[in-house]
Design a protein around this ligand. Structure first.
Ligand SMILES: NC(=O)c1ccc[n+]([C@@H]2O[C@H](COP(=O)([O-])OP(=O)(O)OC[C@H]3O[C@@H](n4cnc5c(N)ncnc54)[C@H](OP(=O)(O)O)[C@@H]3O)[C@@H](O)[C@H]2O)c1
Length: 273
């Protein structure tokens, strides 16, 4: 890999900061990193001690010579940010990596015609190095850029390439939003336990440990998730009684979750249009 690659991250919010944290945790990538972030509170001392150049706005960049630009801003401002980058980059081509939900490659191609562009969908577990990130590139993405992109996203978890960009809407609804579903389930368990009269000092720690234990088991076991579920569900036991309601003949829980995912996919498509 070329040691002199220069990387610019635009937007250092929850996702941009997680990515940066992963990139500076190991020096193996040897990238020169700069960031654009208007909110000075998002710049912590770790970043400063790692020689990261910080710009408060794109128009502060005098000499634009970046090889890779990662877009980590909200999708709502993508067009104005593309225009600003176009104006400061003065036709210097770079590789563009986007983590924006619901923003198609063709949106970027309108501004950056013939540029290598990679669309990705990580999730919030990036801050723990446990994201699962989907990657999709246009026809200008070469093998070296693919390898570098894989190295970047390996710093925040696991990754995989997809062949059809339309799959991003499903991936966004399942894994982009996914942590929120698990948080919600944990939140519901805490609230219900309290409603049922349980008096535990730290109820959130109690239900979070249930979530952690289940997740550890799913990842370490050779068994499928349905086998694991069956292992907890002994005949005529308490879990079976719960599943009599959750997995009734109307499949109420499954159908509700399915409708929720379909609505998230619909929203992802609306944002893309
Ligand atoms: N959060 C998730 O779980 C998740 C998962 C997958 C993908 N994504 C995608 O990741 C992207 C970022 O999400 P996020 O949750 O990290 O949002 P966020 O926390 O709001 O971060 C966006 C950052 O961009 C900054 N910003 C605003 N205008 C800017 C500009 N002109 N130039 C440079 N930076 C600018 C914002 O600063 P201010 O706060 O001062 O406005 C903020 O710090 C979104 O497109 C989202 O779709 C998010």
């Amino acid at each position: 890999m070329n040691d002199s690659q220069k990387l610019l991250i635009i937007g250092l919010g929850k996702m941009g900061a997680s990515l940066l944290k992963g990139l500076i945790s190991e020096k193996s990538l040897n990238l020169g990193i700069s960031v654009v972030e208007p909110n000075a509170n998002n710049i912590n001392t770790d970043f400063i001690s790692n020689n990261i150049d910080h710009y408060l706005s794109i128009d502060e960049i005098n000499n634009f010579d970046f090889d890779i630009v990662i877009f980590a801003i909200k999708p709502q401002i993508v067009k104005e940010v593309c225009e600003e980058i176009l104006s400061v980059s003065k036709n210097k081509t770079f590789s563009l990596i986007s983590i924006l939900a619901g923003t198609k490659i063709k949106t970027f191609e309108r501004f950056f015609n013939n540029y290598p562009i990679i669309r990705t969908m990580p999730n919030l577990a990036a801050s723990e190095g446990s994201s699962i990130t989907a990657l999709y590139g246009n026809s200008f993405v070469n093998n070296n850029l693919k390898i570098l992109t894989e190295e970047i996203f390996s710093k925040i978890g696991d990754h995989f390439w997809i062949k059809n960009e339309n799959d991003m809407d499903i991936i966004t609804a399942i894994s982009g939003s996914g942590p929120a579903y698990f948080f919600y389930l944990t939140e519901c368990l805490s609230t219900i336990a309290i409603e049922m009269g349980l008096n535990v000092k730290d109820i959130d720690k109690f239900t979070k440990m249930v979530a952690k234990g289940s997740s550890d088991l799913m990842l370490s076991s050779d068994k499928s998730v349905s086998e694991l579920r069956e292992n907890v569900t002994s005949k005529a036991g308490t879990t079976e009684a719960a599943f009599d309601v959750l997995d009734d003949s109307e499949k109420t829980f499954y159908n509700l979750l399915r409708s929720a995912i379909k609505n998230a996919i619909k929203r992802s498509k609306e944002l893309s249009d």
